[in-house]
Design a protein around this ligand. Structure first.
Ligand code: UDP
Ligand code: MG
Length: 141
């Protein structure tokens, strides 16, 4: 079944000029881009997006980093989109990411790790709705 996931090209990757290479990879991997926009999150927006990580030792650093510069958010569609995208991006820590994954190629470290991917269909739905209204998306599911 075709499902959706939220991808983010994070501020480190955008500032390093990797956005178009990563977008090309998204297309090459067979994802349909239902919606995309470049945004700069405020700190409170970043904190709202990452509520699941409140209380973790990296929360403050993460939310500061994610609001430090422009990022690109993308609503993606594909068969089994969540797992498929997580395979393409690789492990959270680039040192543990497989060869050929986006994080292996572009991530600096476990914090500034180039891209985001939703971790479940439920969270994908919530995360997409955080950034996009249904009217902004081109899909019909
Ligand atoms: N993160 C971090 N230190 C850690 C774990 C995570 O800075 O030890 C950051 C990193 O940017 C990661 C994000 O917090 O992408 C969300 O963490 P999660 O465990 O959800 O990893 P992901 O789903 O992004 O692979
Ligand atoms: Mg996660």
């Amino acid at each position: 079944m075709k499902t959706r996931t939220l991808a983010i090209i994070k501020p480190d990757a955008v500032s390093m000029g990797y956005a178009s290479t990563i977008s090309d990879r998204i297309i090459k991997e067979g994802f349909i881009i239902l919606g995309t926009k470049q945004i700069k999150m405020s700190l409170s927006q970043s904190e709202g997006f990452y509520t699941v990580h409140i209380g973790k030792p990296f929360f403050e650093e993460l939310t500061r980093f994610m609001s430090s510069g422009p990022c690109i958010v993308l609503a993606l569609e594909k068969e089994n989109a969540v797992d498929s995208w997580r395979e393409v991006i690789g492990a959270t820590n680039p040192k543990e990411a497989d060869e050929g994954t986006i994080r292996k190629e572009f991530a600096k470290n476990v914090g500034e790790n180039a891209v985001h991917g939703s971790d479940s269909d439920e969270n994908a739905t919530q995360e997409i709705a955080f950034f996009f209204s249904e009217e902004e998306l081109n899909g019909d599911i």
